[in-house]
Design a protein. Structure first.
Length: 97
């Protein structure tokens, strides 16, 4: 049987880093959207409100997809880590430890 060692501290740190990066991306997107708000009045003045609304909808949908996608990575890594922890516990119990 092959020996497998999982650096749980390293995995936990990677999960934390991924979660923090996701929050930073979400915050950056919100700042971007807030920065674009003054341009909304320009679109209203030019009669291009439908185009502005379509743009905002596309950005909101892209933001939702990004949040869902990046959030899944940290969850998947956490799930894999928990599988290893549970397996180690079961093995220890089987061996009488």
């Amino acid at each position: 049987m092959a020996d497998l060692h999982v650096n749980h501290a390293g995995v936990s740190q990677a999960i934390t880093d991924m979660q923090q990066a996701t929050v930073q991306m979400q915050n950056a997107m919100q700042q971007l959207l807030q920065g674009l708000t003054p341009f909304e009045r320009t679109f209203e003045a030019d009669g291009a409100r439908p185009e502005w609304n379509a743009f905002k909808l596309a950005v909101a949908q892209a933001d939702e997809r990004m949040q869902a996608t990046f959030g899944k990575g940290a969850v998947a890594l956490g799930d894999m880590q928990q599988i290893h922890i549970d397996s180690d516990r079961r093995s220890t119990n089987i061996l009488g430890g």
